[in-house]
Write a protein that binds this ligand. Sequence first.
Ligand code: HEC
Ligand code: HEC
Length: 313
Amino acid sequence: MSQSPEIKKGQVETTGHVWDGDLREYNNPLPRWWLWAFYGTIVFAVVYWILYPAWPYAGTYTKGVETVSFTVKEPNGQEKTVTEHWNSRALFNKDMESSPSALAQKEWLAKVKDMSFEQIAANPDTLNFARSMGHALFGDHCAACHGTGGQGVLSMNPEASYPNLTDDAWIHGSSYEKIVQDITNGIHGNMPAFGALFQGEKRADLAQYVLSLSHQSGVNEEAANRGKALFATCAGCHGATGAGNQMIGAPNLTDQSWDFVDISGAKDYDEKLKLIEGVIANGLNHQMPKFGDRLSPEQIRLLAVYVRQLGGS
Ligand code: HEC
Ligand code: HEC
């Protein structure tokens, strides 16, 4: 590399460096538009840093001077203006509190707050509101277990079943008050195991009797008759006729709607027997979580209206 001796007139200026005898480097000025755009980005960045959250420091970050304000209704009914630094959560909160749909929802919530369940269900407008709000809440909180339409899950493993809420067979009761209570406090359904008490022939006879209660075809009448005497142990919860007890949450065994045991999915009568014998031997245990700490009383009331009309009540 050597210094270039001369620059001819009219030629673009070079940096003055020459490689391999004739290889030079031009020294063109930056185009003006490019330079201004570049300064522009610097100014933009500085303004942005001042207005919005930008720089991390000491375990937190600069919050910026831009703010978001919205009104929220406090539990005591008073309105309060909240101002937060600009951030996407504040924008979301603002949207949740003051977008047109949020305001409409609040208006409806206020309207149904003092109405009875029966009044809400009797008025087409409030029923519609309960349906759409209930449907959204159901999708968020209940569908994972009960299915998007509330149809539940009936599994060959009864412990993995979740009750169908769209049929008219209620394990725990269909009154609005009971449904609210079930959602608020959760449900623990438990049937003890009778594997030690009923073994072999006895267990099979009892299972035959249980299947005879819902008139399954293939029942061995003789065995079912022997099983009938043993059902006294079960009657304390399921009732003398097997019609169930909603106070205890013991399902009705005389109808065709099975809540946990997939009798309708069994491929033949023998499999039905096995399923019932399994329940007698091992008992059943189901837990629905409580939602009283996750949903407001108003949300639970609307869910109750929604769930109850799913069941055709
Ligand atoms: C202490 C009360 C209690 C007794 C006694 C009892 N059960 Fe149950 N049974 C229940 C409860 C509660 C459930 C629902 C379990 C759940 O929610 O996990 C149930 C569920 C069942 C089911 C499933 C029903 C369905 O729709 O899927 C069958 C079948 C059944 N019991 C049969 C029996 C038989 C047979 C006996 C007698 C050996 C018996 N139970 C004794 C409380 C009882
Ligand atoms: C983690 C699973 C799970 C979730 C989530 C869940 N449930 Fe349940 N639910 C159950 C189980 C299991 C039962 C049956 C309890 C029993 O009787 O053993 C049940 C029972 C019920 C019953 C009683 C049905 C009857 O026939 O009496 C209602 C009503 C109900 N759920 C509504 C809801 C609603 C509304 C939500 C959402 C807020 C919800 N559940 C969320 C698991 C769940």
